[in-house]
Design a protein around this ligand. Sequence first.
Ligand SMILES: [Cu+2]
Length: 165
Amino acid sequence: MRFLGFAVVSSAIALGACGGGGETTADTAASADTAATAAATTPAATAGAMAPITGTTHEVKMVGDDKGYRFEPADITVKAGDGIKFTMVSGGPHNVAFDPATIPADVKPQLSANMPNQQGELSSPMFMNAGESYTISFANVKPGQYPYNCTPHLAMGMKGTITVQ
Ligand SMILES: [Cu+2]
């Protein structure tokens, strides 16, 4: 029994250490509850934090004119820690929206944390006036290809893909 108890304490400490904190004084309080609490709280604590841009901020324009509605450039590749600043140029209202159905479950929490003032799940506010901008950090967003669009102009083809390396 003594050996089994020690094993439970070790796993609780290991789970806590993943999140940078947790129970490290469990010498006497070895129980399954301790391990369960650490496992339940660690992922939530990590997902809730906005991760600031540490690299390059790329620029994407939101345009609507006699050639149509579009993001310029529509397809863009960023590195870990980069961000994208979307700037309203003409033809609004525009927004920046990810279809939640296309974003993997293990990417959603961090992407959501990195999108301020959401008006719907993974949707930015609407921008009407030239010069307004919206910046999304892709720091801590897992590598992958993420399609996005402008909700009002999705039917007119205003969409693109963000690739995070
Ligand atoms: Cu638009």
